[in-house]
Design a protein around this ligand. Structure first.
Ligand code: 3HC
Ligand code: NAI
Length: 702
């Protein structure tokens, strides 16, 4: 064994057919292509060939093949080392067969390295993808030109614009890999060396992907194929630059010779890399991972082994929460107050699974397999065996307290007791039990089986084990968990409330609901607050007998406007297409209400709408940080991107505020407070201080 660099070593396996050199990467945690890995690969391959090896295997130690470029090196000062293109040229042009041996995930630059081997073998559990699009980038090491040459243009388009990882069966069928073996790293190594032996004895060609044009030629000049694809992803990728740039590179692969396509890739990659969207998306990648770390919880804190889950309430949230656990094979007991409610709830769960199966997002047999993991009951005593119980009944403190008193009696010692409350005081709920250390908030978002965010709410007495378990189980069920503290509305809803209140005020001052919604839509949110209210139903929580015309919403309900469900809300909806149009009747109702309150209506500019919707959120976020409710500014961004539709390419409210400039935001908040009669938001002292010192909210940490 020879160490080639701090993270790459060379080993030789000799046999009758000649030496096979193994160039082995060991750069934990994910074998990213840090400068010393690139230099090691470059030197290792050259040394192997110069040393007389008859074949070379590139393989990795640890949990995965190379998972991509080292993102933390982007934009930083890095020691001079071989570039990725040089490593790739050394592999592609080697005089002996080079075989990539893949386990774990071959992603981004990692897959691009593998695409420069002459052959690729993998263990059956391996995954492959070019996920650069999720970082606001495109594969910048030839992946845009080589992937379509192996798998064809349509598949490359789909993989590169979604960033989806594919498994070995799909990769083999698409022509991305040449051989699959069962087992782990040892079996992979043996299979790769055996493959190398065959390559030597059978004198297999030194197959360079760059030379294989047949699949890209199928799409040459086919503008319609690209136009149709753009239309198909238009809605999902609205506002993002990277998907379109990826498509342009694949168009170049189809229409230009390899080296010219590579030049297009290089130019567009640099544009994205130096642009604001990728900066924000790379920040979001690390923010999500930082959120996993809770400073006062040791890494080795024991966690509860969750093998069974209980969910109380099979309504909007309970059903979706149960699905999350069933989806990863954890049996769930779901309890409702009566059989009819239980049947209704389980019926919705089944329908959701059936819809997923009909869309092809889960295999047909998964419907029954997952339903079999969910057991319905009307008796809370059935929670006795559960390791975790999540309460999702109505948002009513007295009800929740009585439920937790009961759970305290029923559940086994050490079980984790969680509430899905969206705003109530978790400490008050915990206090009614004899074990407040076992109680915590787990705030899922609707639809709970889809939305990524899990806002965990740490009570004053939640134990370290309970805190660590909620983070770990969140990851296990595929969520993005963030730990926050107790306050009304926690992080997300507390900031949302500020935005909602301001939206309400502005429609009284003369902005229209459609204008407010459009400003947020253009900013990148999927929809604005009024369209959202119409979708949810204006009459949620509204009672006719108690209605007193005290808000626009009440007035709309009193006028028979219930939202999308009856075709009339803040907007009027076409019964066939569900397309919305602003309604003059609504504008009149709002105007009359404003006049009654003595509010003069005026023209409100889009700029003012944007600032008054978003700056109070930033201000509230700063207060949340100041109070220690969020651990870091970046945690707030993770909440907003994953739970509230904040556009990923703008990083999150804290990151965005830093780009706008905190001094500018402070000046505007102060200005609005004066011009709007001093009834405003109460400037956060932390925001004021950071603005003065030139600090950054997204880097702030408690
Ligand atoms: N560069 C630097 N650090 C990375 C990294 C990368 N490419 N990928 C992961 N890490 C770090 C994470 O920050 C984390 O660090 P931490 O423990 O200090 O927080 C650690 O590795 C483990 O990561 P995860 O917590 O995400 O581990 P998982 O096991 O859940 O997931 C993974 C592993 C699937 C590899 C996931 O980390 C991932 O998706 N990584 C990014 C892959 C990617 O986007 N690759 C493309 C990079 S861009 C590129 O290659 C450009 C090229 O075209 C030129
Ligand atoms: P929901 O009204 O759809 O469902 C509540 C369910 O609880 C009903 O099916 C009801 O029959 C059942 N229930 C009530 N009392 C019960 C009892 N004593 N025993 C057993 N079952 C009982 O309400 P939803 O929307 O699911 O909300 C549940 C909780 O989740 C609330 O605390 C809410 O604040 C929170 N939440 C709601 C979100 C949403 O968007 N709907 C988002 C995030 C949290």
């Amino acid at each position: 064994m020879t160490a080639v660099s701090e993270s790459v070593r060379l080993e030789i396996e000799s046999s009758d057919v000649g030496d096979v050199a193994l160039v082995i990467v060991d750069n934990p945690p994910v074998n990213a292509l840090s400068w010393h890995v690139r230099q090691g690969l470059f030197d290792g391959i050259n040394q192997a060939v110069e040393g007389g090896a008859k074949a070379v295997v590139v393989i990795c130690d640890g949990r995965t093949f190379i998972a991509g470029a080292d993102i933390s090196e982007f934009g930083g000062n890095v020691p001079k080392a071989a570039g990725l293109h040089e490593v790739q040229a050394a592999m592609e042009n080697a005089a002996v067969p080079v075989i990539a041996a893949i386990h774990g995930t071959a992603l981004g630059g990692g897959l691009e390295v593998a695409l420069c081997a002459h052959y690729r073998v993998a263990v059956s559990s391996a995954k492959f993808g070019l996920p650069e699009v999720n970082l606001g980038l495109l594969p910048g090491a030839g992946g845009t030109q080589r992937l379509p040459r192996l798998v064809g243009v349509p598949k490359a388009l789909e993989m590169m614009t979604s960033g989806r990882h594919i498994g070995t069966a799909e990769a083999l069928a698409a022509g991305l890999i040449d051989d699959v073996t069962e087992g782990g790293l040892d079996e992979l190594r043996a299979a790769a060396v055996a493959f190398a032996g065959r390559a030597i004895t059978e004198n297999m060609a030194l197959a360079r992907v760059r030379d294989r044009d047949e699949k890209v030629l199928e799409a040459r000049g086919n503008d319609q194929l690209f136009a149709d694809f753009r239309t198909s992803i238009g809605r999902k990728t609205r506002g993002f630059l990277a998907p379109e740039y990826n498509i342009q590179c694949i168009e170049a692969a189809a229409n230009l010779p390899f080296d010219e396509g590579l030049a297009v890739e290089g130019k567009l990659f640099m544009e994205l890399m130096t642009g604001p969207q990728s900066g924000a998306q790379r920040y979001a990648f690390f923010a999500e991972r930082a959120a996993n770390k809770i400073p006062d919880i040791a890494k080795d804190t024991p966690i509860i082994d969750i093998q069974t889950c209980g969910v109380l309430g099979a309504g909007t949230m309970g059903g979706g929460i149960a699905m999350n656990f069933a989806n990863v094979g954890i049996p769930v007991t779901i309890v409702e107050r009566d059989q009819a409610a239980l049947d209704r709830g389980l019926g919705v769960v089944r329908k959701n699974y059936e819809r997923s199966a009909s869309r092809g997002s889960i295999p047909p047999e998964a419907v029954e397999q997952r339903m079999a993991l969910i057991t319905g009951s009307t008796d809370k005593a059935d929670f006795a065996h559960c390791d975790i119980v999540i309460e999702a009944v109505f948002e009513d403190m007295e009800l929740k307290k009585s439920i937790f008193r009961e759970l305290d009696q029923i559940c086994k010692p050490g079980a984790l007791l969680a509430s899905n409350t969206s705003a109530l005081d978790v400490n008050e709920i915990a206090a009614v039990t004899s074990r407040p250390e076992s109680v915590i908030g787990m705030h899922f978002f609707s639809p709970a089986n889809v939305m990524k965010l899990l806002e965990n709410v740490r009570g004053a007495k939640s134990s370290d084990t309970v805190v660590a378990t909620t983070m770990a189980i969140g990851k296990r069920i595929g969520k993005v968990p963030v730990m926050v503290g107790v306050c009304p509305g926690f992080v997300g809803n507390r900031m949302l409330f500020m935005r909602g209140a301001e939206a309400e005020r502005m429609i009284l001052e003369g902005a229209t609901p459609a204008q407010v919604d459009r400003v947020l839509f253009d900013f990148g949110f999927p929809m604005g607050p009024f369209a959202m209210s119409d979708l949810a139903g204006l009459d949620i929580g509204w009672k006719e007998e108690k209605s007193s015309s005290s808000t626009v919403r009440e007035i709309l309900c009193e006028n028979g406007r219930r939202g999308q469900k009856n075709g009339r809300g803040y907007y009027t909806y076409d019964p066939d297409t569900r397309a919305s149009t602003p309604d003059p009747e609504v504008e009149q109702l709002i105007k009359a209400f404003a006049v009654g309150k003595g509010i003069e209506q005026r023209e409100v500019t889009d700029q003012e709408v944007m600032e008054r919707l978003l700056y109070p959120m930033v201000n509230e976020g700063a207060k949340i940080l100041d109070e220690g409710i969020a651990i870091r500014g970046s945690d707030i961004d993770v909440v907003w991107v994953n739970g509230y539709g904040w556009p990923l390419y703008r990083g999150g409210p804290m990151y965005w505020a830093d780009q706008v400039g905190l001094a500018e935001i402070v000046a505007k908040i102060s200005g609005y407070s004066e011009s709007l009669g001093g009834r405003h938001w109460g400037l956060s002292p932390l925001l004021a201080r950071l603005a003065e010192e030139g600090g950054a909210l997204h880097q702030f940490s408690n």
